[in-house]
Design a protein around this ligand. Structure first.
Ligand code: SF4
Length: 93
């Protein structure tokens, strides 16, 4: 499982329409990135991160990216554990 700091995500031009262009529209880029990291959970709740994701316009893209890249932390409104369960269900279907 890879750990990813959101602040390490490439800062993209909002006009970028490439495969990762959605990242520039993520609300998390304007908030405390610690909300979304495993390390940040020591001082923030998962609920707070999910509340930000709930207002984000690129949740679907973010969730798929996290699933495809086995990321740790809150992405696309899901936790690492929730995505693991999603993958397990997908594999058993
Ligand atoms: S869904 Fe959440 S983690 Fe993903 S870009 Fe939006 S705010 Fe950031």
């Amino acid at each position: 499982m890879k750990s990813l700091e959101i602040e390490a995500l490439p800062r993209l031009d909002p006009r970028d329409e490439g495969p990762l262009g959605w990242m520039s529209e993520g609300i998390c880029a304007q908030t405390d990135v610690d909300l979304f990291t495993v390390e940040g959970r020591k001082k923030h709740s998962v609920k707070a991160a999910k509340a930000v994701c709930a207002r984000c316009l690129v949740t679907d893209e973010c969730l798929q990216y996290a699933l495809d890249n086995d990321l740790e932390g809150v992405f696309g409104g899901t936790t690492t554990e929730e995505r693991k369960r999603m993958k397990k269900v997908q594999r058993s279907a």
